[in-house]
Design a protein around this ligand. Structure first.
Ligand code: WQD
Length: 322
């Protein structure tokens, strides 16, 4: 028996691979290695393929049969909001097409359990700061749309052939569970600030005139190690529970502003972070924080690490630190 992890060589996927390996599970990684790093996945078997390619169905089918796959964790996707606005077709092709190929292979191979990487981007610009899974999901960019469609695809597969899926809506993932598994991309606030510090530039704050306690935008930063643990809790839940489809926010339930994150970075690094305040970034909601009651009550999962742990671990794992 094994667990197949698509995108397992990526930043979040590799944390799940490591936790699965730590508890003695066999892992098969499917990754096109476009952002993946082979060193991150220990001794896991790797099938190198783009999930959305014509070659994927046959390769997935043979991997499922050869490794007796019993469950899938599906990360492989494009995940840059700005790029999705500029190249929407690419996002529909990769994210929706890749998920379609995967679901077909799972149906054909008789694999009935899936943990799907969804996103808080499915909420768009919500009317409330704290969002619940049963509230409106109105994504405002193609990236978020492809994630919401992915959730719908897993629900349809549940109705059609009995797939059981846990869809995890990630909030702002950061930090590193191990120093060799840091986020190598410079796409989100904390890595962007670290890159600015490394180059002696002032970090930028997009907007200090929001209706928030200090005027900067508030997000729910969740430690990648906690997030990875949520996937194992979801797999265990699928093992034990008969519900065909569920959606869970994965956050801490606690918001932190951009200025609070910068203050924590200053505390951890000792570097005097004097930011440059610019105008608001287009499409940014003022506040986005998870209501975490469903995942706590259903999966028994809660985040254990706080903003300090996130920043300190990200700093330890930053490019060039090792
Ligand atoms: C966080 C806050 C910025 C950079 C995105 C996606 C979301 C999910 C996570 C994948 C915002 C501010 C940022 C900077 C800043 N992705 N900021 N200066 O936009 O909340 O979420 O990543 O699933 O779908 O939308 O994350 O890290 O870009 O920004 O002030 O140099 O930091 O405006 O308020 P975001 P982020």
């Amino acid at each position: 028996m094994s667990v197949l992890v698509t995108g397992g060589a990526g930043y979040i996927g590799s944390h799940v691979v490591r936790l699965l390996q730590e508890r003695g599970e066999q892992v098969v990684v499917v990754d096109d290695m476009s952002n993946g790093v082979a060193d991150r996945i220990g001794g896991a078997t790797v099938v190198e393929v783009d999930l959305a390619s014509d070659a994927a169905p046959a390769l997935l089918g043979s991997a499922i049969a050869a490794h007796d796959v019993s469950a899938v964790v599906h990360f492989a996707a494009r995940k840059q909001v700005g790029e999705s606005v500029a190249k929407p077709a690419r996002y529909w092709h990769q994210n929706v097409g890749g998920t379609a190929n995967l679901l077909q292979a799972m149906e054909d191979g008789g694999v009935g359990k899936l943990v799907f990487s969804s996103s808080a981007a499915t909420y768009g610009a919500p009317a409330t700061a704290v969002v619940r899974e049963d509230g409106p999901a109105e994504p405002i960019n193609p990236y978020g749309q492809t994630k919401l469609v992915g959730e719908w695809m897993t629900r349809a597969a549940g109705r059609a052939w009995g797939l059981r899926a846990a869809n995890l809506r990630y909030f702002n993932v950061a930090g590193a569970g191990w120093p060799d598994l840091g986020d190598t991309a410079v796409m989100n606030l904390i890595p962007i600030v670290f890159a600015a510090l490394a180059e002696g530039r002032a970090p930028v704050v997009f907007g200090d005139d929001y209706d928030t306690p200090d005027g900067s935008a508030v997000r729910d930063y969740v430690h990648v190690h906690d997030l990875a643990a949520a996937h194992l809790a979801a797999l265990d839940h699928l093992e034990a529970d008969e519900r065909p489809f569920d959606v869970f926010n994965v956050g801490t339930g606690v918001g932190a502003s951009v200025l609070q994150v910068l203050a924590e970075i200053r505390a951890v690094t000792g570097v005097d972070v004097e930011p440059e305040v610019r105008g608001r970034r287009a499409g940014d909601p003022p506040q986005l924080v998870a209501d975490v009651s469903r995942i706590r009550d259903t999966l028994g999962w809660s985040a254990r690490r706080d903003l300090h742990d996130i920043v300190a671990s990200a700093w330890e794992a930053r490019p060039g630190a090792r």
